[in-house]
Design a binder for this molecule. Sequence first.
Ligand code: PEP
Length: 267
Amino acid sequence: MKPKPHQKFVAGNWKMHTDAARARLLAKSVVDEMSMEQYVRVALFPPFPYLVSVGEILKGSHVALGAQNLYPERQGAFTVEVSPTMLLELGCKYVILGHSERRQKLDESDAFINRKVRIALAMGLHVILCIGETLEQREAGETKGILDQQLNEGVKGVTAETLPRLGIAYEPVWAIGAAGHHATPEQAEESHGLIRQHFAKIFDEESARSLVIQYGGSVKPANAASLLGRPGIDGVLVGGASLDADQFISIIQAAFERTKPIWVEAA
Ligand code: PEP
């Protein structure tokens, strides 16, 4: 049997949106409307209070559960915080770390993010590590330097055996939540190339080749296919459009369309 081709990875980050009823409805709509599950990897990241109810809906489906953050300790006196152990117990497979909203609005440092990345991977979670430049940094020609730095710091101390569970999301800060300001497919492809090259320097060529790099920043049904069609764009991390089941399903469909020929050939 031929090896299975790469699945595109579509992740929906609900941020601090929805309410209890809407979260359940949205998860149910995604599960019910998915028809290409074996071809596309899909995960939903609801707010912490809805992890249990959304997890119940996703159980037994092809849609995985993820969390938007964690605290880098197994347990202890850390009021409000949520540990990787707790996330695993709730059935989370993934965790998003280093999101620019947390870097900027909550002052999370590269060093703190790195502690989270290491403990998450060590405990068996799959990590989506978000990195990306601001508009100012892009205009000053600093994109490569920023990506290199966030990558160097973010993956410091990550062990080779946990690398298959580490993915990167390239999320240019200027493109997040900015209607009409997503990166062009060319810009995204170029940055993904820089990230992959640098990853190869930190680890090795083989790990860089198999690294899953998602693009995030105003992905919508209208631009998903062109982004997902570029070499090196292995998936998308979707914010706003993941709050609408129809839009999110269209993006999953676009991911499927982009890999259909290789799937058909491999069958
Ligand atoms: C995000 O928050 O990760 C994101 C990409 O948001 P949006 O799709 O709304 O730009």
